[in-house]
Design a protein around this ligand. Structure first.
Ligand code: SAM
Length: 362
């Protein structure tokens, strides 16, 4: 392995920061060097979290969307989609099933509903909060005015996932219609942080038009935002979208990024995503072996899952589904990991980590 790359990996592990050229080198280095990057990230994840993986139950609230992102299967222009919005009773039944299985975090994700639905969402959040006060509630419902985020926070939401998708404005314009603005998305993230949410952001890896320089911009944006969660999955084409002919992203690059973020932010919550598991049969485990520490099995009513088709071939059964939790446990055990059933909030109280790493490099 080249001395230069190994020094960069050591430096990132100890100082949690590199310059842009160094990040680019880690994204493009040879396979052996990338393996060593992932190994160090795995070691850091194990120092912070042991061999425990947090689980979150994902409820796909709706596939109705007012946005028209060029990559997304539920974009409003896709007339091939049969639209649904779960009823409040269906959401509560999904969470109830999740609670019985042991889940203590529910993630409500969906397309972007009409603005008038903000109170409806707040009522559901309040219902979940009062029924299961010991659970964390994560929302991932896209771009809304600050008032809506504040309303949901007040109703009991703890966390919010909103990938920035790309920090480069020109690249953003390749992926979105002109009515959507990157500035608004970044503003939403600022609002969410200011309102006290635990915030997650991230990107699709290998999205059409993405370059190494764009990825470096994304890394530097995330480094500066310091989110609590980082959500990264490969781009996967969906045949009814304008970008449906573009090749999918790679597991190699996706897991390099997991490793970089783990070394940069040892305590961050990093899911090994469904998209990664969709493009690679061992994707979930590869993600964990590169430093990811969260998985999000699907809790949505099984007959609705096929309609939340963000991309082709999206995995939603077996170990990807909440009812397949035993399969997930068995799979994790094959690499020496187990499920941690706690809420899995972001914590940064392991002050000894930096010292430990410094000592081990001395
Ligand atoms: N509407 C909300 C939002 O925009 O954050 C949440 C739902 S959106 C469908 C969730 C995420 O799915 C997006 O942030 C995007 O990164 C991902 N996604 C959409 N289409 C995808 C595709 N073709 N391949 C991989 N990920 C995709």
């Amino acid at each position: 392995m080249s001395q230069a790359i190994s020094t960069l990996v050591d430096t990132l592990r100890v100082t949690h920061h590199l310059d842009g050229d160094a990040y680019a080198a880690l994204l493009t280095c040879g396979d052996d060097e990338a393996e060593s990057l992932r190994r160090q990230a795995r070691e850091v994840a194990q120092q912070v979290f042991g061999h425990a993986i947090f689980v979150r139950g994902l409820v796909e609230l709706t596939n109705v969307c007012r946005n028209d992102c060029l990559y997304c299967g539920i974009r409003r222009s896709n007339t091939a989609v049969s639209r649904y919005t779960l009823t409040r009773e269906q959401v509560m039944a999904s969470c109830g099933q999740g609670y019985r299985l042991g889940f203590r975090t529910f993630v409500l994700q969906g397309g972007e509903l009409p603005r008038a639905r903000a109170q409806w969402v707040a009522d559901i959040v309040a219902d979940i909060r009062s029924t299961w006060p010991d659970c964390a509630i994560t929302l991932s419902l896209g771009e809304w005015p600050r008032e809506a985020y504040a309303l949901w926070r007040q109703a009991g939401a703890d966390r919010y996932l909103l990938r920035h998708e790309t920090h480069n404005a020109l690249h953003y314009a390749c992926l979105h219609p002109s009515e959507m603005s990157q500035a608004n998305r970044l503003q939403c993230l600022d609002h969410l942080k200011a309102l006290g949410y635990q915030v997650g952001t991230g990107i699709m890896v290998g999205s059409p038009g993405q370059t190494v320089a764009h990825l470096v911009e994304d890394i530097q944006y995330i480094e500066q935002l310091r989110p609590h969660m980082v959500g990264l999955g490969p781009f996967v084409p969906q045949h009814d979208t304008p970008l449906g002919h573009h090749p999918q992203g790679s597991a190699d690059l996706t897991t390099r990024l997991y490793a970089i973020f783990r070394l940069m932010m040892p305590h961050a919550l990093i899911p090994s995503t469904t998209a990664l598991n969709t493009i690679h049969p061992q994707g979930r485990l590869l993600g964990i072996q590169a430093g990811a520490n969260v998985v999000m099995p699907n809790l949505s009513p099984p007959d609705m899952r096929a309609h939340y088709a963000l991309y082709d071939g999206k995995a939603a059964t077996a170990a990807e589904a909440a009812e397949g939790i035993e399969q997930l446990e068995t799979q994790l055990a094959t690499i020496g990991y187990h499920i941690d059933w706690s809420r899995g909030d972001y914590r940064n109280d392991n002050e000894s980590l930096v010292t430990q790493n410094k000592a081990s490099k001395a």
